[in-house]
Design a protein around this ligand. Structure first.
Ligand SMILES: *[C@@H]1O[C@H](CO)[C@@H](O)[C@H](O)[C@H]1NC(C)=O
Ligand SMILES: [Zn+2]
Length: 473
């Protein structure tokens, strides 16, 4: 044996072993499901094709995009607790009734109304410059005359904790963490003010949670921990955050003047439930959902207009095609997601006694770019069933199953409790470029990608709602 031969043999063994491991996985799902259920799932191929054709090439083509555009152009931003949000809910109800869907219920709940007032940050030292700013949700106001103080910059909470209190007290904290993943980096936005206040800071700023910026600050929610003094808190554009960080790192003093005003009240809003009643088990639910509220900047077209409209489309398309599954398909338009999943928490509480009836819960709130598949939470068998269903969507490249323990924002409350569910997995590398900014407008949305999303969402919901077997816990 020469060396090349040895390498070849070794490689063959490695390849053979990997193939075995892969086959073993395939076998387990096959064994868990059994031939009958697999055959049953593949029996939906024609229905799936019918739905895809109707939405991508048929009468529904562009409808999701056009209706979304009409909606966001009419209402614009729809912050929690505003009249415009309530009017947009009424509009969606009318739009749905026009489709002959009349099983519509709204459920009232109390929501915060956080109203942004004037916001201005000016760098005074080492030179005068306006800073691009957006206050964070629930931020308190500065005193009328504003706050003028020196900045201390931290890359992490560890750095802050390891700094003596007297070096932070009376200062403005700027968190300038490197963006890794949204779910990792956003703690500097959600908890930053609390941790800075505990060290005696007078205000806290965060480098916008985004991988990309054209001087656009990104707002978002935050909450004050119990027992800390609430201090004004805002996001600044990454260009300005990096400018301040560089000057600070050179040992130069940076002084900012901050004026921020806001008002916080409690109002009433509504979750909206639209049912396409199942033929055999109407009490059992397959839920498709998105949130109807948005931040107060941009149009809320992407976050979460797209998710709202593909979820609206699901019962509408099924009704139009007279495809009524065994279980009920319920579209939910969550309210007040942005200030802390308020609508979803209220729904979970109000319906807890019947939570066994949720067979599967879906949410789209991470963009409606081209669908790639689903991020699925649930038992092994639940994932095997959904994985088999996803194989039907090879023709539109939407067959990927990502395993996640608690997928979703609003539905994370349910999937975290062990209810099987999924969030739309899509080609959303640019989602966090626009998210929570003035840039979240209709220009981010694409009609063909929305068609693919609506078709996929509808067909998946239909198949799962119609299968002979429940999705097991
Ligand atoms: C799916 O992927 C293939 C190969 O990359 C591509 O040619 C095709 O256009 C894609 N289909 C859709 C619907 O995106
Ligand atoms: Zn959202």
């Amino acid at each position: 044996m020469n060396i090349i031969h040895i390498v070849f043999v070794t490689l063959s063994i490695i390849v053979a072993n990997e193939a075995k491991v892969l086959n073993k996985n395939v076998d387990t799902c096959q064994e868990i499901l059994g031939d009958e259920l697999i055959e049953e799932i593949w029996g939906y191929e024609n229905v799936k094709d019918e739905i895809l054709k109707y939405v991508i090439d048929g009468d529904f083509k562009r409808k999701t995009y056009d209706e979304l555009a009409k909606f966001v152009d009419k209402f614009g931003a729809r912050p929690s607790g505003t009249e415009v949000l309530e009017k947009s809910i009424d509009y969606m109800i009318d739009l749905t009734r026009e489709e002959g869907l009349n099983d519509i219920v709204t459920e009232e709940l109390e929501v915060p109304r956080w109203e942004r007032g004037e916001e201005r940050i000016t760098m005074l030292e080492p030179r005068v410059k306006d800073i691009s700013v957006l206050g964070l949700g629930r931020s308190v106001s500065t005193p009328p005359e504003g706050i003028t103080a020196e900045v201390v910059v931290f890359k992490s909470f560890d750095e802050l904790e390891n700094t003596p209190d007297e070096k932070v007290a009376g200062k403005i904290v700027l968190y300038a963490p490197i963006f890794t993943k949204y779910g990792e980096t956003n703690k500097y936005r959600t908890q930053g003010a609390t941790k800075a206040s505990a060290k005696g800071a007078v205000a806290s700023l965060v480098r916008s949670i985004t991988p990309f910026s054209i001087n656009t600050p990104h707002t978002g929610s935050q909450t004050y921990g119990e027992g800390v003094i609430p201090i004004p808190t805002a996001a600044i554009a990454i260009e300005d955050a990096d400018l301040i960080s560089r000057i600070h790192a050179r040992g130069e003093k940076v002084v900012l003047h901050i004026r921020m005003f806001s008002n916080l009240e409690t109002k009433v809003s509504r979750n909206t439930l639209i049912d396409l009643k199942g033929t055999q088990n109407p009490e059992k639910l397959v839920i498709v959902s998105g949130h109807i509220d948005s931040w107060d900047v941009g149009q809320g077209a992407m976050d979460d207009g797209g998710g709202l409209f593909i979820s609206w489309a699901a019962p509408v398309i099924l009704k139009r095609l007279n495809l009524i599954p065994k279980r009920t398909v319920r579209a939910i338009f969550w309210t007040a997601e942005e200030l802390g999943l308020i609508g979803a928490y209220a729904y979970e509480k109000a319906h807890r006694h019947e939570s066994d009836n949720i067979n599967f819960i879906m949410e789209s709130d991470e963009g409606t770019f081209a669908p790639l598949g689903l991020a699925v939470g649930g038992s092994k068998k639940a994932r095997c069933i959904v994985g088999e269903v996803l194989k039907l969507f090879k023709s539109i490249n939407a067959s990927t199953l990502v395993e996640e323990d608690a997928p979703g924002s609003d539905i994370g409350i349910f999937t975290g409790n062990g209810i099987p569910g999924a969030s739309l997995h899509n080609d959303n590398a640019k989602y966090f470029w626009f998210h929570h900014t003035e840039g979240d407008t209709m220009n981010v949305e694409d009609p063909d990608e929305l068609d693919l999303g609506a078709a996929f969402w509808t067909a998946v919901a239909y198949i799962i709602a119609d299968l002979s077997e429940d999705i097991p816990r």
